[in-house]
Design a binder for this molecule. Structure first.
Ligand code: ACO
Length: 384
């Protein structure tokens, strides 16, 4: 390397790659806005359908607009037979997040508008994707427990219908509210790894199914969306609240990362995690047995980690820290946490893809080549 070597921003840290009106993350103040609305206001007052409309269309809907949008989501919930077959033949073999990725990719086979790249057709495809990814996740959950596909109930909201399709029966209002909240909080988060990956695919003018498939593939990793399942696994291996302090001390002494902590942008408490912590504290007050142990481990680990790494290192809880114990309370198995995240984030991926396509520019960064040049080509039989 010489003084004239251009700087490399590893992991594209600190690099701005686009302008956007969709979402702002203030990592210093710990604030998040969707289309200018604070996440706390949406979490308290909105629902997933309205939030999805806001993210896609850039404004809160009037009643007839929301009714029409909700109707379109409902009429697109059911999934084609080829996708059901993929799910059925994959459960028990592949992790649910991989099945979701393959199933979403297969949706393109049934879309007659696949090659229509008009903004109107792309919005219709977006609505199909949002509706069907949620159904696919419910179908994966059903079929992996050996049960049959449950057809969507169009009298129910997005979250209510998800729990109904997953469990085969109506769930209580608090569980529905929690799932609706999870969908809102996971719907969007600016140019995170999976959103950026989906934008890269979209920037080649590949279709929106290809782009969302890329998003799901990227979400899988434990440094990103897979952290929710990994965090729960850690809490399970702690086992009992009394073991928490020793576990955290040993993990940090061994330079192990604590899943659900730390963030590239937030150097303070993730505002989504704050909302979920309030929920978990509420559930801790009524929990018993295994759920009580789990909520206690989570709350003790959170306090210990903040004491050790919060102010001093800027490593604070992110949304994935509290998600697992809350999903567990709602009866969701761990392998579905990240797929649910993907179903919700489909909104954000599509919103960014549609926005980026308005002024598309192929993503194509450079690298600094550090290997040799002009080597002599030796025929295979003469190589030493
Ligand atoms: N536990 C312990 N130490 C941590 C943690 C953690 N969770 N996160 C970061 N650190 C430490 C690193 O070890 C590193 O220390 P060092 O400088 O002594 O080597 C330093 O903080 C910087 O960490 P990086 O991983 O280099 O920071 P980066 O910005 O690249 O990573 C990331 C952010 C990947 C989220 C990281 O904090 C992490 O791995 N967290 C755990 C996984 C997780 O929760 N991911 C979900 C993020 S939210 C989301 O995607 C929905």
């Amino acid at each position: 390397m010489t003084d004239t070597t251009p700087p490399i921003y590893l992991g594209l840290e600190g690099v701005y790659a686009a302008e956007s009106k969709i979402c702002k993350v203030d990592g210093t103040a710990g604030k998040l806005w969707y289309r200018g609305y604070p996440i706390e206001a949406l979490a308290a007052n909105s629902n997933f359908e309205e939030t999805a409309y806001l993210l896609l269309y850039g404004k809160l809907p009037k009643r007839p607009e929301l009714d029409a949008f909700t109707g379109q989501l409902k009429s697109n919930r059911d999934i084609p037979d080829n996708v059901k077959s993929i799910i059925k033949t994959s459960v028990g073999k592949a992790p649910p997040i991989d099945i979701l990725r393959t199933a979403v990719s297969a949706l393109s086979a049934e879309d007659k508008e696949l090659t229509d790249s008009s903004p109107e057709a792309n919005m219709r495809k977006t609505i199909k994707l949002i509706a069907k990814t949620t159904t696919i996740v419910a179908a994966i959950g059903r079929m992996q427990s050996g049960k049959d596909y449950v057809k969507p109930d169009n009298n129910l909201s997005h979250a209510d219908n998800f729990l109904y399709m997953l469990s085969g029966s109506r769930q209580d209002k608090k569980a529905v509210k929690l799932i609706d909240l999870m969908f809102i909080l996971h719907a969007e988060h600016s140019t995170n790894a999976s959103t950026f990956a989906s934008m890269v695919t979209a920037s080649t003018l590949a279709d929106i199914y290809a782009s969302v498939t890329t998003g799901i593939a990227t979400l899988k990793g434990p440094l990103h969306g897979g952290a929710d399942e990994a965090a729960l696994k850690m809490m399970r291996s702690i086992g009992d609240p009394s073991n928490t302090e020793t576990y955290i001390n040993d993990a940090l002494a061994g330079k192990q990362k604590i899943m659900g902590f730390g963030h590239r942008v937030y150097k303070t408490y993730d505002p989504r995690a704050k909302i979920l912590k309030a929920w978990l504290t509420d559930i801790d007050n009524i929990a018993a047995g295994d759920q009580k142990r789990l909520t206690q481990i989570t709350l003790i680990a959170e306090k210990l980690m903040i004491d050790k790494l919060g102010q001093s290192h800027g490593i604070w809880p992110n949304i994935d820290f509290f998600a697992g114990p809350l999903y567990t309370w709602a009866g969701i198995p761990p392998e579905l946490f990240t797929p649910i995240f993907g179903a919700a984030r489909t909104v954000g991926w599509c919103a960014h893809i549609l926005e980026y396509w308005e002024h598309n520019k192929l993503f194509r960064p450079l690298e600094i080549y550090t290997g040799p040049l002009d080597l002599e080509y030796v025929p295979i039989d003469k190589r030493k």
